[in-house]
Write a protein that binds this ligand. Structure first.
Ligand code: ADP
Ligand code: F6P
Length: 334
């Protein structure tokens, strides 16, 4: 990476934390926060277990060697946590106090939209906070992709390729639940990547009769296997498998991929994205800017005020991308 000679050096100390569900590539982001921060002459502190560690003072200065050989490691060396108490102002003020005692003026928060609400709270208390999108769900509206999405997509795709092997051998249908919270991107992209028969996401909605009809059609076309991909919380996949088993000729099994989707070495795309977004985050702080979420739009690395980013509604991927859109419409009109 090429750096320009730093011209300003306003922030002397910054901290970084990872929060919410972990995502592959968070370590690559922490690495760049540290290396880029050092480039600009900042001391960089690591906060352990997200906002919980910030409140409890679990904070230590990171040294260069702390981030050696982590660019390819899954999880987060800083650990993560869900800490609902952080919604309370008095709890946020305790965190502010911790930072002030250490003379830390800037805070990088790597996580999803919940974590960005925590970052916004700190920004409103006067801390220069920057959010970096890190979540496998790809549900952040202010960026095309969040760190971890492509790795989780690879994992889901690989798992479903394996399920297809055994489904084919046994002439079965597999109903597979993937993560995504309220966003269907993981199901949509993985479903396309494995050539699934049917994809059920928050954006498509769930229609039992259409689902069963698609699987009956698959059997009529003499396919030896069928895959139905479902975003979590859309329906009970065990129950759906039981219905498909009863109403079609396929013996049917349900598989919940679960937290395996959150682990593993980040794919190259996530490492590069993490590096670019983190470099941008630190250059914003170096220019004395806080209160932003960084992201990628097309080929550009951008930043959006946190309030605006949180207010944005994510356009469903099936509308944004031609191929995916056509495929979904085909299914809808079938
Ligand atoms: P994600 O960041 O992946 O969306 P969560 O929604 O669980 O995950 O949020 C992560 C953490 O961010 C929460 O456990 C909490 O500590 C903090 N957080 C979430 N919502 C808020 C809020 N409204 N105000 C302050 N902090 C919040
Ligand atoms: O936000 C990431 C995510 O993995 C979601 O896809 C999923 O709904 C949730 O976190 C699971 O959270 P937990 O780790 O608390 O079970």
């Amino acid at each position: 990476m090429c750096y320009n000679t730093p011209e300003v050096n306003r922030l002397k100390k910054i901290a970084v934390l990872t929060s919410g569900g972990d995502a592959p590539g968070m370590n690559a982001a922490i690495r760049t926060v540290l290396r880029s921060g050092h480039h600009y002459g900042m001391e960089v502190y690591g906060v352990f277990e997200g906002f919980k560690g910030l409140v409890e003072g679990d904070i230590k200065e990171l040294k260069r060697h702390d981030v050696s050989r982590i660019i390819n490691r899954g999880g987060t060396i800083l650990a993560s946590a869900r800490y609902p108490e952080f919604k309370e102002l008095d709890v946020q003020k305790k965190a502010l106090n911790r930072l002030q005692k250490l003379g830390i003026e800037g805070l990088v928060v790597i996580g999803g939209d919940g974590s960005f609400r925590g970052a916004l709270a700190m920004h409103r208390l006067g801390v220069k906070a920057i959010g970096i999108p890190g979540t496998i769900d790809n549900d952040i509206a202010s960026t095309d992709y969040s760190i971890g999405f492509y790795t989780a997509l690879e994992t889901a795709t690989d798992s479903m390729d394996k399920l297809r092997d055994t489904s084919f051998s046994h002439h079965r249908c597999s109903v597979v639940e993937v993560m995504g919270r309220h966003c269907g991107d993981l199901a949509l992209y993985a479903g396309i990547a494995v050539g699934s028969e049917f994809i059920i996401t928050p954006e498509t909605g769930f229609d039992l009769e259409r689902t069963v009809a698609a699987i009956q059609d698959s059997y009529a076309r003499e396919k030896r296997h069928a895959i139905v991909v479902v975003t979590e919380k859309m329906t009970d996949v065990n129950e759906l498998a039981r219905i498909i088993d009863a109403r079609t000729e396929y013996e049917t099994r349900a598989t919940i991929l679960g937290h395996v989707q959150r682990g593993g070495s980040p794919v190259a795309f996530d490492r590069v994205l993490a590096t670019e977004l983190s470099e941008h985050a630190i250059s914003l702080l170096n220019d004395d800017n806080g209160g932003y979420v960084v992201g990628q739009r097309g080929m550009e690395i951008i930043h959006t005020p946190i309030e605006d980013a949180l207010a944005m509604v994510k356009e469903p991927s099936n509308k944004r991308y031609g191929l995916v859109g056509k495929l979904r419409n085909k299914k809808e009109n079938a």
